[in-house]
Design a protein around this ligand. Sequence first.
Ligand code: ZN
Length: 134
Amino acid sequence: MTRLTTQEISQFRNRLRARDLELREAIHASLVNNADKTYAEVAGRVLDLAEQSVADIISDGQILQMEKEVAEQADVVAALARLTDGTYGECVDCSDDIGIKRLEAYPTAKRCIRCQTHYESTHRGGGRDTTPSL
Ligand SMILES: [Zn+2]
């Protein structure tokens, strides 16, 4: 069970909402600058680098940048959903507390440091978890 206070929860919610907006604007700006494509169209495709049509109109560096933004935005949205359903701060793998210090450093963290380290060692280069380990 998480032991976050109501105040901490609302702080995280405000932080995540602000980050969500920032990322949406950044992604939108990237799209406007690069191609006449809708957000949904490119956001869906940009995660699949095998899609040549996107690679053709956007440079690799821009794709990587946008892919990071899209992945982080998905993490932010998922974290907000966990805040709403009361599972925020709980490790998705072992259900232990993630810990307030780690959450403050990485508000989108969904694993405790132990499970995150394990995850990264078994998913090297894979997965789209943008949360670095502490
Ligand atoms: Zn864990």
